[in-house]
Design a protein around this ligand. Structure first.
Ligand code: SF4
Length: 328
């Protein structure tokens, strides 16, 4: 059945499921990534930026039991600011002990690969977040090759009592592209990860990037077709952004990579929405960069809400909607 509206928004999904607005709290648990710490590579994906990254730092982080310090603090600060009840003027200023959130939240383990760590540490981090007042579940971002049976069992046990999203970075369904961008895994690895998550009460969200080097619009549409055919529940679309200090920067400066224009990105995203199964929740339509001074390209910037409006206008103009082109 087609979701209401032009496309299936995450806010609609939360309202249907919980009857209230749910806000995601971005967290940095201090974890790392096998594509950065040397386990797979020390270079990372070619679009990935981490100014603090070094192999030594990554190794130190892997053995540091104290890095969970701050999860509860990050949650409380975010909730306090979100609910308009205070604006910490300095990093060390805390919400008052009496503060209790009124709204519902998902703790979003966003930075790096958040299933990549020892079981006891992940257990502690996830539970610390889930025990925070107002937190009804987790969203855990990771790589498809970082899902051991142990970590899946841990997430499955949490999913019995909480709402759990697993966000899997894929970016493209084409192995040639995955190799070019140094992902360190192929599409088959992603398919196996999706399969391993079945029957565990986990919600799967897939991260995709449009405009990757070597990909034309038909390749980007093919990625969405392949993802739609799998038992996943959500997708995040992003435009390729070139950040200073990444491996993409020299390619961009040599003219080997040219980011999509706003018009191209809008057209491709709408084409993809038409192909996207209508029960898949759209978590995000485009990327925003908090550190705009690092953004070399593209030269356009549109706030997410405005881009969502542009997508709706375009789908209305076409007389179409999510799933119209392939999964009705
Ligand atoms: S998997 Fe994620 S954290 Fe690791 S290098 Fe790629 S983008 Fe960066």
């Amino acid at each position: 059945m087609r979701a209401p509206g032009w496309y299936y928004r995450l806010s609609s999904f939360f309202r249907e499921k919980f009857g209230v607005r749910v806000t995601k709290i971005p967290l940095n648990a201090g974890l790392t990534c096998p594509n950065r710490d040397g386990a797979l590579s020390e270079k990372g994906c070619i679009f990935c930026y981490n100014p603090a990254f070094s192999p030594a730092a990554a190794k130190r982080e892997r053995g540091d039991e104290n890095r969970s310090h701050g999860i509860r603090q990050q949650i409380r600060r975010f909730q306090w600011q979100m609910e308009g009840r205070g604006q910490p003027a300095h990093g060390d200023k805390e919400p008052p002990p009496s503060f209790t959130p009124r709204n519902s939240y998902l703790a979003y383990f966003q930075a790096y690969s958040n299933t990549y760590g020892p079981h006891y540490l992940l257990d502690r981090l996830y539970n610390e977040a889930l025990q925070a007042p107002g937190v009804i579940g987790l969203s855990v971002a990771t790589r498809p090759d970082c899902l051991s049976a142990d970590v899946l069992d841990l997430l499955t046990s949490l999913a019995g009592r909480h709402h759990i999203w697993l966000e899997l970075g894929l970016q493209s369904a084409h192995d040639r592209t995955l190799k070019l961008i140094n992902r360190g895994h192929n599409f088959a690895c992603f398919q196996e990860a999706v399969q391993a998550c079945q029957g565990r009460n986990l919600y799967l969200c897939v991260h995709l990037i449009n405009g990757l080097p070597g990909e034309d619009p038909p390749a980007m549409l093919e990625t969405v077709k392949r993802v739609s055919a799998l038992p996943v529940h959500g997708v995040k679309f992003h435009q390729l952004q070139i950040l200073a200090g990444t491996s993409l920067e020299p390619l961009y400066r040599q003219g080997a990579v040219s980011p999509l224009s706003l018009e191209e990105y809008l057209r491709i995203t709408c084409d993809q929405l038409e192909l996207l199964r209508d029960t898949i929740v759209v978590h995000r339509l485009l990327a925003e960069t908090p550190q705009r001074d690092l953004l070399l390209a593209p030269d356009w910037h549109v706030p997410r809400a405005r881009f969502a409006g542009m997508v709706e206008v375009e789908l209305r103009r076409r007389g179409t909607h999510q799933g119209k082109g392939g999964f009705d």
